[in-house]
Design a binder for this molecule. Structure first.
Ligand code: ADA
Length: 924
């Protein structure tokens, strides 16, 4: 790192303009006799820039050139051409730049006399030479002329600078589940479009990106055939051939541009035909490692490495495999690494291709410890701010994990994952992004970037705009890619110059003046603070379980724990500060506030929204190019303002409602009402602004989306669809206040919950007896803990007792048959502990809602001596014979109920020592 910075500090640039007119001037490009593909590609780009500017260009390939004419010598350090010419160009051979670096050199006096122009491009390696050519080409394009002389040395700061594409869809395919998308022309027509690839790869290289990640659950059955498992292939022969051809084309074209293709896959997923043949599930988190699947996976990897030796692999050890414990280590060290080594043996090679280990849903430091003695070329990767962009001041345990990986691995890659809080509006804050990249280095100690699309990850290559024909992400979100890439190359750039730089680019794009370009940048930077600040202060999760721009319900603001608050968001992914509930409590108790408060954030986001709108308005008059796109940016700024205002009003309403919890004064609820009304007005504005301009807010359109509301079957993805819910919430609140003011004989306050009744099931597997819900009952056969308190509606249920030690060692399985659909009530202890089973968590397990189990149905519903309080979730099963398999760890099987018994989610509040007033009924 330090060396890189020193090198960058070396960068020195002298730019003098030529006096002659380019038209008709001839320039000779001298290339090595047998140039590397990347060098030839760089030269092509340089030639194109020269021709575009009016030069006549001749290209020669020779290692010992005469330098009589106007020449540009292009070489790689230490090649014959370099040796023959470096001296003439006064290149100090000792000052070789680092990996991917380059030198642009001006001639010494002797050559200067003979030629009115000469220039030298020398790269530390082929990629460096390519980047040197691109640098020169950019300067020609900007000034319209060949610069007379440039001396410059430069190299990237981050060693990997990559973007990713999801081979995934917004919906599940019939009969399949998350991540399972075979590579076919029906699903991914763009994958077979070579022109699309070329323009994408060109945009990557233009941004000096050097890696491209393809994300898929199980790519192997679309790309390799195995002798032992011929039936595993899941595409027809013609498609298989096309896939081979496209993959080869892609890797070749990428390589030319200095881009390394990396195929990502999830574990343990098998192909659908493989699963059908063996009568197993395609993925099953609770399934232990079985020899058949291990063998199939190992052979798939070996065949892949053999066939595509220049493709790297990226592995998610979690998802579809339990996230912690020895299985991950076993799988990585005994299946994946051996698979890669087998492939190398088949190839007769010893040079190890890189393997990137994702820290997602696994104990990556432990896996690295076990794997490094076995394999040298390992990288690690972890999400920068979860599946969102929330801060450039990361901290806490998540930052510590990054530093740990950076200490112990080779290179730690910072993953800007799905931007669940930015979807779908445009994002272009150079300031936020530059600061984030600095934090990646300085706080996380990362030295590589893996960048997701700004929005619509699941809908590649399209953006969410309603525009027709559909907008392409790489075109719409050009500034997103450019900003990250520019700072991945070098984040230590002077801010004032950066404002000029981006202002200039924007002015150019929209055919306006520099001042207006800067206004557009201001609009991006002001709006760019809104979503990060909102999510980190009032959000439920950093995961794509929440779509922030669709808003939030009152209960999510005033009772976030009921919705499975993901605490990392608060302790790692933002500055220290307070949640609404904490702020309200402190206000009531007159305690000192700490750090960033929600009130402060709400004032700030409103100001950001106003400034963004003001800045974009100031830019409007001068726009002469790309007017439609400018109007879309403008609309996004108005959307952001409406969103910020809506959240601000709703937060004010929440604070009054939370005050009521302590004061019990109805006047506090009265005070909340106008704010809630105002928030609905702003939401209506947002719905109007997005009607006809956006197809959707979120691109993952499945039941995995939970906040503000379930996204089952592609529903609830637009603001127009959501508005009635918010209107209903408001009228419900109005009625609730009325009923409190005019109590009827039975006040419409907290209604008594109906008793839950046992469903008719026959349990076929072993368990250790039943218990009833009564104080003093034991729910584990090997532990003396007893029930201390429970939600009254559980009173009739028959619980199933298990041996806790066995649950911890082997998990919990219960097989049963039922004539009618049922739900199993499972209790999860609401604190994390090494031997406690964690509740289903969509942040780390995309299949965590397959049985409808993600949401807590009754929070704090049972209290047991010596244990944290219990949150109750339900798993739904159809009629028939079923098995519920839970991972290792202690949990409670509370009973079976008929599917049609509805449990309206709420917090029973049986937490010892906490004053509780149920407020949720006010809004739903
Ligand atoms: C979560 C998220 C998925 C995916 C995954 C991952 O499960 O819901 O959409 O992003 O993480 O691979 O990190």
């Amino acid at each position: 790192m330090k060396t890189i910075r020193n090198w960058i500090a070396f960068v020195c640039c002298v730019l003098l303009f030529c006096s002659f007119k380019p038209a008709g001037e001839t320039v000779t490009i001298i290339l090595p006799k047998t140039p590397h593909g990347r060098v030839a590609f760089g030269a092509e780009k340089l030639v194109a820039a020269l021709k575009q500017t009016g030069y006549q260009v001749t290209t020669v390939k020779q290692d010992n050139p005469s330098l009589q004419k106007r020449v540009i010598v292009i070489s790689v350090w230490d090649d014959a051409l370099f040796k023959a010419t470096a001296g003439v160009f006064q290149i100090n051979k000792q000052t070789k730049p680092g990996k991917e670096g380059f030198v642009l050199g001006a001639p010494g006096a002797a050559v200067k006399k003979k030629t009115s122009y000469a220039q030298f491009v020398g790269g530390a390696d082929a990629s460096g030479t390519l980047y040197g050519c691109l640098e020169l080409a950019d300067r020609i394009k900007t000034t319209g002329k060949l610069p007379d002389a440039i001396t410059m040395i430069d190299q990237p700061e981050m060693v990997l600078r990559g973007a990713c594409i999801g081979m995934q869809k917004p919906y599940y395919l019939p009969g399949r589940t998350v991540y399972e998308y075979p590579y076919t022309p029906e699903q991914f027509p763009w994958f077979y479009d070579k022109a699309h690839w070329i323009s994408y790869l060109d945009s990557l290289v233009e941004n000096r990106m050097n890696s491209l990640y393809l994300w898929s659950g199980h790519p192997f059955a679309s790309l390799v055939k195995l002798k032992d498992y011929p039936y595993a292939v899941e595409v027809d022969d013609a498609t298989f051939k096309k896939n081979e051809e496209v993959f080869r084309f892609l890797t070749k074209e990428a390589d030319k541009r200095g881009i390394w293709v990396i195929q990502m896959f999830y574990n343990i997923i098998v192909s659908k035909p493989f699963a059908e043949k063996h009568n197993i599930k395609t993925q099953d988190r609770e399934r232990p490692i079985v020899p058949l699947i291990a063998d199939y996976t190992r052979k798939s990897i070996a065949a892949f490495v053999q066939k595509y030796p220049n493709v790297g692999l990226m592995v998610a050890l979690g998802e579809a495999m339990e996230g912690v414990g020895n299985d991950d280590i076993e799988w990585f060290t005994k299946t994946i690494i051996p698979g890669v080594k087998d492939g190398l043996k088949l190839l007769g090679k010893t040079e190890e291709p890189p393997i990137v280990l994702r820290a997602h849903d696994t104990d990556a430091p432990a896996v690295m410890e076990a794997a490094t003695p076995l394999y040298k070329n390992l990288y690690t990767e972890a999400k920068y701010n979860g599946e969102a962009l929330t801060t450039y001041t990361p901290r806490g345990p998540w930052a510590e994990l990054h530093r740990n990986l950076s200490r112990n691995g080779t290179v730690q890659i910072e993953n800007v994952h799905i931007l669940a809080n930015l979807e779908p509006f445009r994002y272009g804050s150079a300031d936020f992004i530059q600061k984030s990249v600095k934090a990646m280095h300085d706080v996380h100690h990362g030295n590589a970037l893996h960048l997701y699309p700004q929005a619509s990850f699941w809908d590649w290559p399209y953006a969410a705009d309603s525009a027709s024909p559909r907008l392409l992400q790489i075109e719409r979100d050009w500034i997103w890619y450019k900003e990250w890439a520019r700072y991945a190359w070098n984040c230590r750039r002077d801010r004032n110059q950066e404002v000029e730089y981006w202002g200039g680019l924007l002015a150019d794009k929209f055919g306006t003046k520099q001042a207006q370009g800067k206004n557009i940048l201001t609009a991006y930077e002001e709006s760019g603070e809104i979503a990060p600040k909102l999510l980190r202060r009032v959000g439920i999760t950093d995961g794509n379980r929440q779509t922030l721009t669709l808003g939030m319900f009152m209960n999510q603001l005033i009772n976030p724990f009921r919705f499975g608050l993901f605490t990392l968001l608060y302790d790692s992914e933002g500055p220290e500060g307070e949640m609404l509930i904490e702020y309200a409590e402190k206000e009531w108790k007159k305690e000192k506030h700490i750090g960033e408060t929600p009130v402060q954030v709400m004032n700030e986001v409103v100001a950001h929204g106003n400034k963004a709108v003001q800045a974009i308005e100031q830019a409007t008059a001068g726009i002469t190019k790309e007017k439609d796109e400018f109007l879309r940016i403008k609309n996004d700024m108005y959307c952001y303002r409406a969103l910020a205002n809506c959240f601000a009003e709703k937060s004010k309403a929440s604070l009054w409602v939370l005050r009521y919890k302590y004061s019990r004064q109805l006047s506090d609820l009265d005070s909340a009402l106008p704010y809630l009304r105002k928030s609905v007005e702003y939401y209506r504005e947002l719905a109007d602004l997005t009607k006809g301009t956006y197809r959707y807010a979120n691109s993952m359109q499945t039941a995995q989306r939970k906040i503000p509301i379930g996204g089952d079957n592609g529903k609830n993805k637009t603001w127009v669809e959501l508005l009635p819910f918010y209107e209903k919430e408001l009228s419900h609140f109005e009625r609730s206040i009325d009923s409190l003011k005019n109590p009827k004989p039975v006040a419409a306050t907290v209604t008594k919950k109906p008793l839950l009744e046992n469903a008719d099931v026959t349990v076929l597997s072993e368990y250790a007896g039943n218990y009833t819900f009564a104080v003093g009952q034991m729910m584990f056969s090997d532990t003396m803990s007893v029930i201390k308190n429970y939600a009254p509606e559980l009173a009739n249920l028959k619980g199933y007792r298990f041996n806790k030690a066995r649950q911890i060692a082997a998990g919990t399985t219960i097989r049963f048959s039922n004539a009618k659909p049922v739900k199993v009530l499972v209790g999860f202890f609401n604190k994390k502990g090494p031997w406690l089973l964690g509740a289903p968590e969509l942040e780390t397990n995309a299949a965590a809602n397959d049985y409808g189990q993600a949401e807590t149905k009754i929070a704090n519903g049972v209290v047991i001596t010596g244990f944290p309080a219990v949150n109750i979730h339900t798993y739904s099963f159809p009629a028939g014979t079923n098995t519920l398999t839970l991972a290792k760890g202690a949990c409670m099987i509370i009973g079976f109920i008929d599917s049609d018994q509805v449990i309206k989610p709420y917090d029973a509040g049986l937490v010892p020592g906490v004053t509780k007033l149920e407020l949720d009924w006010l809004f739903e």
